[in-house]
Design a protein around this ligand. Sequence first.
Ligand code: SAM
Length: 307
Amino acid sequence: MTHGEHSWTADIVLEERPDLLQRIERYRKRYPSRDVEAYIERVKQDARLDKAKQYLLAQAHARARRIGSSCMTYIEQSLQQGRYAEEYLKGNAYPFERMLHYIENGSRIDLYCQDFREVDLPENSIDWIITDPPYPQKYLPLYRDLALFARRVLRPGGGLLAMVGQSYLPEIFQLMSVEGLKYNWTLCYLTPGGQSPQLWQRKVNTFWKPVLWFSKGENKRWIGDVVKSDVNDNDKTYHFWGQSVSGMTDLLQKVSYVGETILDPFMGGGATGAACLLHRRHFIGIEIEKGVFATAEERLRALQKAL
Ligand SMILES: C[S@@+](CC[C@H](N)C(=O)[O-])C[C@H]1O[C@@H](n2cnc3c(N)ncnc32)[C@H](O)[C@@H]1O
């Protein structure tokens, strides 16, 4: 297998790996009636994954050394999780390329105090839009504009995750159904703890909200569909409708990789941006209200400096 500038093979030659041969022999003795061939394939796959992890780690360190970057603790932890190695083994080098880009350039944040419909971002430039638009009925027309905006700025294979209230779901689905943006799934965003918004008209105390997932082109990522904030992490410090950084972090880490570009066109107090900075993604935030924008900007610049 060859990826871009690196040439690399995932092959495992058992004769060169006495440790694996011993493992297989132990299995054969312990379970004489079981299918050894299937076990050998499993052992080889584990070894391939391990080899890919070590290879990516070495490449990342080499790149960091070359430019004198000091961000490797987070990178090492991320590579240990195995998601990058799994994608690499499947022939998808993009997540690791984004990681190398982050090692070289660090996290960037670009903030716009504007109506998102007037921000001229380049086409096909965003990996994920992760956002929490306003829920009241009067804002419904924004959902169509959000879908059209996403269709333009997302890169092929990119995704839009929009947290939505339950009250107007049928209308929202209709508004967001635009050609070129495909509905993929609904994730459940849990906000566990004692506090819960009460919806008097519907007579519901709610502990979760839907996150609608739309894809531009073919989605290639596997994800679990339940996302959680920490217990009682109902953080309204930066915005009346603010989300918690713990919840946005869970969402962000489920779908995206280090160094990818995340856009929140309804930035509010900046919880998505804070999660991006903490987890080494590039962030683009747009907020229409000047006062709200100023709060988010101050928060994110301070966090960027602290990191
Ligand atoms: C639900 S709040 C987002 C809260 C955010 N998730 C947080 O954690 O603080 C939605 C935000 O979208 C902003 N907004 C509404 N219409 C907008 C538009 N057309 N362009 C950009 N921002 C807009 C509102 O001012 C509000 O701050």
